[in-house]
Design a binder for this molecule. Structure first.
Ligand SMILES: [Zn+2]
Length: 249
């Protein structure tokens, strides 16, 4: 009976160690550095994407202006050709009419020169936009590649941790089988309230749960109890398992 109870306490410590290991694995899984890096790269990708959109909108505006000018230039060209045809066809036109047509052609020629200059300026304005866009596209590609490999690393690390979790959880189920249900229930409720630790070792005079020293009289009292007696730390309330004489765990 005492042996069974002592074995139950050792099994309980085993359950506690496995629960701690499982909690650490969950923490490691949630705090993977690759996941943090991936989040940073994704944020940079979003920034680059926004800048690309802005620049593309600016570039589209310039390109639209350019297209407008091309259209106007074509219209002017057509108008000039029409006047020229009229001039050459209308031999009987008055000198005044001919002069007026000549003057309009001259003005249209000026207008074409002005617009061609302006169009050249627009083309010059496009150059740095295109250069910056090319740089952003390259950065976009580089970041996407990085995000892809980080996502792969996160998945691999998660898979590895999940395998460990499965093993530890299976061991935990086996160890819990050696603990009577009422003791296990008490442990679970303590663990829930006390930061994941419901069972602690008494190492020398110290409780491994709260790390405080117990009064010597209390330690003596615990060691005089029958092996397997369930004791709690008077300071933190955790189930306290003496180390000496139990074979240690
Ligand atoms: Zn304690």
């Amino acid at each position: 009976m005492a042996d069974d109870s002592a074995a139950a306490l050792l099994a309980l410590l085993c359950v506690q160690d496995l629960d701690t290991a499982v909690a650490q694995l969950h923490h490691r899984r949630a705090a993977l550095p690759e996941r943090q890096q991936l989040a940073e790269v994704s944020a940079s990708l979003a920034d680059v994407g926004r800048r690309e959109e802005e620049l593309q909108a600016t570039r589209a505006g310039v390109a639209r202006q350019q297209a407008d000018m091309e259209q106007q230039l074509a219209a002017i060209g057509a108008r000039r050709r029409a006047i020229e045809q009229r001039m050459y066809a209308a031999r009987g036109a008055s000198a005044r009419d001919l002069q007026a047509m000549d003057e309009e052609i001259r003005q249209l020629g000026h207008r074409v020169e002005e617009m061609e200059d302006a169009e050249l300026e627009l083309m010059v304005a496009l150059e740095p936009l295109d250069a910056e866009l090319a740089g952003l596209h390259a950065e976009h590609g580089r970041l996407e590649g990085l995000a892809g490999s980080l996502a792969g690393e996160v998945a691999a690390a998660e898979e590895e941790i999940d395998r460990e979790l499965e093993e530890q959880e299976a061991e935990r189920r086996a160890a819990a089988g050696g603990v009577p249900p009422d003791l296990l229930g008490r442990y679970e409720s303590l663990r829930g309230r006390l930061g994941g630790i419901g069972a602690a070792r008494l190492v020398g005079n110290r409780c491994s749960g709260c790390h405080l020293e117990l009064p010597s009289m209390e330690v003596d009292r615990i060691h005089r109890l029958a092996p397997g007696a369930v004791v709690t730390c008077e300071q933190c309330g955790r189930i306290l398992v003496p180390q000496s004489g139990t074979g240690g765990a």
